[in-house]
Each structure stands twice: as C-alpha cells, then as structure tokens.
Design a protein around this ligand. Structure first.
Ligand SMILES: [Zn+2]
Length: 236
C-alpha cells in the first residue's frame, strides 16, 4: 500500500510538472552564424547554441521536465522542432541562438517573444533565424501566426520579463550590454504554438564578444540566469 501511495505521489507530481522544451538553434548542415576566434579557429552558432541549451537543461531539471529538440549536431527543420513541442505537450518553448551583424561592433544579448514588430534591426534578426535547413524560408500562414500570438503573447511576455530580469543580474560581471526584451516574428515560435522565447545570447560577428561567449564562464552564467528566470516564472 505504501509503495502504491509513493508511486502515486511520484507519478502525479511528474504529471503536474511543467514541460520545457529547449531548442538549440540550427544544427547539422545549417551552421547558423559563423565567426572567427583567431586566424584558424572557426566558431559556429550551432555548436554554441547546443552548449548553452544543454546547460540550461541541466540547471532547470530539478524544477521541470526538460527536453532538447536536438542533443547532438544534426539537421532539424523548424517544423520538426515544433512537432516535438506537440508530441511532448510542452508548456514552454525556449529557442537558443547567437546573433550576427554586418556591423562588427554590434554587441549584447536580447530576449525575444513572439509578436509583431516593425523595427528594422529586429527584421534583420528575424531574417537570420527564420531560414529553414531545407533551403526555403519557412512558409507560415499569417493566420497561424496571428492565432499563436493571440494565444501566447501574454504568457510569453511575462516569461520574457522574468528571464531577462535574471539575465540582467547574472550577466553584469561580464560587462556585456543588455539590449532588452523585444518582440519579433520567429517562425519556430509561431509553429510551436506555445508560449516561449527566442534568446539571442551575444554576437558571434563581434570578435571581442565572441571571445567572451565561447567561454565556459559565460555559458554557465547565462544558463543559470535563464534557468532562474524560468523557475521564477513557473513558481509564481
Ligand atoms: Zn540562430
């Protein structure tokens, strides 16, 4: 009987736990942004996003059921990522990226949630992140985007505020600049149909920022900040 009660408690708790799907951007054939650390060492966004996403998962595991859309270097379409959110019945979807710009001085981290935005700088980031590995840009019907925004924007905005607040504190010692919370149209968020975020954790295209963001210390700080922010959100 005791065994029954214990297993009942265990399973009911597991069933109630928040399911968080963390999505390391790009992968496989699709490298994402590319930077040069020194003359010979190339750094790919797909590798940094996997490192950071895995760490966020590690720090969040005590508080939620956490999954990754990919756990190694493989090609995954935006639709496949969204399908995983459906299959796992994910409550939250967190896509992890690093930024790139033609301006080598562009720097800092920013937190996006799904909503309309006409800002030209945001448009550039959307263009970079909305490319599908199959070669064509994801075609998402406006009606689906509008519906997802309607259903998720309130939660996503609150989650973004919670995560970014923690990030701001955790990243202070790195002196990286805080570019704030922004709205953007990211297909992977629209397709997932879940409240969620797209994190741009720093600029690969900026040589001095690249030195910081590929370090273990940065990864640890950022991951702890994101995990703390999601935890705050879940518990409130
Ligand atoms: Zn990206």
């Amino acid at each position: 009987m005791i065994k029954f009660i214990i297993s009942f408690l265990f399973f009911s708790q597991a069933a109630l736990a928040t399911v968080v799907l963390i999505d390391p951007g790009h992968g496989g054939d699709e490298t994402g942004a590319v930077g040069k650390l020194n003359k010979s060492r190339m750094i790919y966004e797909k590798d940094l996003s996997l490192r950071l996403a895995s760490r966020i998962k590690k720090h969040l595991e005590k508080d939620a059921n956490v999954f990754l859309t990919r756990s190694h270097d493989r090609t995954v379409t935006l639709q496949e990522r969204a399908d995983m959110a459906d299959k796992l019945k994910a409550d939250l979807f967190i896509s992890v990226h690093f930024n790139s710009s033609t301006d080598p001085k562009a720097h800092g981290f920013e937190t996006y949630y799904l909503d309309n935005n006409n800002d030209a700088a945001v448009r550039k980031v959307e263009k970079l992140e909305n490319v599908n590995p199959k070669g064509d840009e994801a075609v998402v019907q406006q009606i689906l985007i509008d519906l997802t925004i309607q259903q998720t924007v309130k939660t996503s905005k609150a989650l973004a505020a919670s995560v970014h607040k923690r990030l701001h504190g955790h990243m202070k010692p790195t002196h990286m600049s805080d570019r704030g919370v922004r709205a953007g149209l990211f297909y992977v968020l629209a397709l997932s149909k879940r409240p969620g975020l797209l994190l741009e954790a720093g600029f690969i295209s900026n040589p001095s920022e690249l030195k910081i963001i590929q370090q273990e210390e940065f990864m640890e700080r950022y991951a702890q900040g994101v995990a703390a922010g999601i935890r705050d959100y879940i518990k409130n």
